[in-house]
Design a protein around this ligand. Sequence first.
Ligand SMILES: [Mg+2]
Length: 213
Amino acid sequence: MIIGIDIDNTITHTTEMIMHYARIFGQERGLNTIPDPSYYYLEDALGWDKETADEFLSLYLGRIYAEMQPKEQAIEVIRGLKREHEVILITSRNRQFPQVEEVTVNWLAQNGIVYDRLILNTTSNMHFFSKLAVCLENQIEVMIEDHYELVSEISPIIPVIMFEYPYNRHLSSDNIIRVKHWNEVRQWVNQYQLQRTAARVKIRQQRTASFLK
Ligand SMILES: [Mg+2]
């Protein structure tokens, strides 16, 4: 199978690292530093204006990307997946942002995340891009994602394993598999693979049976 995997808040604890530095930046400027976790975007979660959020990100994003922690078992499960499947990382991190690609590639190597290909955002939006077209172009068969808009756009076409957060809790569909831990990803992919193999065997048997009639 070809499996697509998002990076931030899917492989990594991104929000925690953003909030760590947002507290430092916000306290220096007398801004609110207590986030509302039901919002995805920093400016919404903290009630900052967009300019302030952009200033914060341009100052701290490099450090945030370099210092964040992988989620528990992410490294091990992805390594296991790559033994049997093709793994393509698809991230909204923007290639045009200075050093983002370098920081990301280094972080993945240092943390032992194995993958076949890394696709970064090349649009003019610094923090978001539509991934459905990329998924289709790359024949992604399962996507692992947390962003509510991306889960909404991809799941009608491709099954999405969704890491659960307050900001995506409202989504529900037969094609959305909600998980909290990477071990659940491993279990679901194994199960899905078995079902697909069984379905293929059944089709082959039916074809043979009709041929022998
Ligand atoms: Mg994400």
